[in-house]
Design a protein around this ligand. Structure first.
Ligand code: UDP
Ligand code: MG
Length: 309
C-alpha cells in the first residue's frame, strides 16, 4: 500500500459522492496502490449510508463509524491508527482541501520530506470573524511555544509512515494534530494553494468547538500560560507591596488621612481578577490532566470494514 487518504466526515452527505469522484480522478493517474479511509464522526445525515455504498462498489474504500460525534481531530487520529499506506494524506470531507493537490504533495514526499503541508494562500467564503480569530490564534500559539507552528495551515498535508507511527505513540486525549506534527519534527516543507469554499452543506465547527480546539492546542502545546499566571502573581504582589509602603508612609510620616475608597476598590477588584484568571488557567490544565488519568479509549467504533490486524 503506497498511499492512504484519511477523511473525517461529519454530516457531509451532499459532498461525499463528488469528493469520491474527484479523489478517484486525482489519484488513479498516479498509478499507485491506495486506500480511502472515511471516518464517520457521528453524522446525523446519510453520510454513513453513502460511504457504505461506495465501500461495496470499491474495495479501496474503507470506513470507520464512531458511536457518536467525537470531533474532527479524534476522527483523524482513528484513521491514522488504521491506515496502511507508506504515505498518508489528511483531507477534509467538504472539498475545501482539493484532491487535485494530492499528486503534488506525493511528489514532494517522494523527494524525502516526511511532512508536506498545504498552506492557504487565500481562503474563499469564510467569515471575517473566522479568518481573524484563526490568524490571532496561530500567531498567539507561535509566541507561546518554542516549536513554531506553521501559520495559515490546517490538517491538509501528506505525512510519512515514520510520522504516523510516531503520532500513534502520543497517547494524549486532547488531539491537536497539526501541533503534534510540528513538535515531532523530521524534514518538513509546504505547498501553497487557494482554499475554496466548502462544496455543500454547513461547517461542522461551531464556535464552541473552535474554542475547545484552540484551548486543546494551547494546553497540549505550551505550559507558558501557567508560568504567566505565576509571573503575574509576582508582579501584582510587587505592586501591592510598593503601594503598602506608600500607604504606611502617607499615614505615619505625612499624616495624611485621605479616605482611600477608590484605590481600595480598584486594588481589590484587580487582585480578584488576577486570582480568578490564574485559577482558571490552572483549571484548564487540571481538567485535561484528569481526562488523561481516566485513561478511557480515545474513540469508540460502532462499525467498520477494516479487519483487525
Ligand atoms: N468534522 C468532523 N467532526 C466534527 C466537525 C467536523 O469530523 O465534529 C469534519 C468535517 O466533516 C470536515 C472537516 O472535519 O471534513 C472540517 O470541518 P468543517 O469543514 O466543518 O470545518 P471548517 O472548514 O468550517 O473549519
Ligand atoms: Mg470546511
Amino acid at each position: 500500500m503506497e498511499l492512504s487518504v484519511v477523511i473525517p466526515v461529519y454530516n457531509e452527505a451532499a459532498n461525499i459522492l463528488v469528493l469520491y469522484q474527484r479523489l478517484q480522478q486525482a489519484i488513479r493517474p498516479m498509478a499507485i496502490a491506495y486506500e480511502l479511509v472515511f471516518v464517520n464522526d457521528g453524522s446525523t445525515d446519510q453520510s454513513l449510508a453513502l460511504i457504505k455504498q461506495l465501500a461495496q462498489q470499491d474495495a479501496q474504500v474503507r470506513y470507520l463509524d464512531f458511536s457518536r460525534n467525537f470531533g474532527q481531530q479524534i476522527a483523524i487520529s482513528a484513521g491514522l491508527d488504521k491506515v496502511r499506506g507508506q504515505a498518508v494524506v489528511i483531507l477534509d470531507g467538504d472539498l475545501q482541501d482539493p484532491p487535485e493537490l494530492i499528486s503534488a504533495l506525493y511528489a514532494q514526499w517522494q523527494k524525502g520530506h516526511d511532512v508536506v503541508y498545504a498552506r492557504r494562500k487565500t481562503r474563499a467564503g469564510e467569515s471575517f470573524l473566522k479568518k481573524s480569530t484563526a490568524r490571532f490564534f496561530y500567531r498567539l500559539l507561535t509566541r507561546l511555544t518554542r516549536t513554531p507552528l506553521p501559520v495559515d495551515v490546517g490538517d491538509f498535508r501528506i505525512i510519512s509512515r515514520k510520522v504516523v507511527d510516531t503520532l500513534k505513540q502520543m497517547p494524549e486525549q486532547q488531539k491537536f494534530i497539526r501541533g503534534q506534527i510540528a513538535w515531532i519534527g523530521f524534514p518538513q516543507t509546504f505547498l501553497e494553494y487557494d482554499r475554496p469554499e466548502r462544496h455543500q452543506g454547513q461547517s461542522g465547527y461551531s464556535y464552541s468547538k473552535m474554542i475547545r480546539l484552540a484551548l486543546d492546542g494551547i494546553t497540549s502545546y505550551s505550559n507558558l500560560p501557567l508560568k504567566m499566571a505565576t509571573v503575574s502573581g509576582f508582579v501584582v504582589s510587587g505592586i501591592a507591596f510598593l503601594v503598602m509602603l506608600y500607604t504606611l508612609y502617607s499615614r505615619f510620616i505625612i499624616r495624611d488621612y485621605v479616605p482611600g475608597w477608590s484605590s481600595l476598590m480598584i486594588s481589590i477588584l484587580f487582585l480578584g481578577g488576577v486570582q480568578l484568571i490564574a485559577i482558571g488557567i490552572i483549571g484548564e490544565y487540571i481538567s485535561r490532566l484528569s481526562e488523561n488519568v481516566r485513561n478511557r479509549p480515545l474513540y469508540i467504533i460502532n462499525e467498520t470494514n477494516i479487519p483487525e490486524k
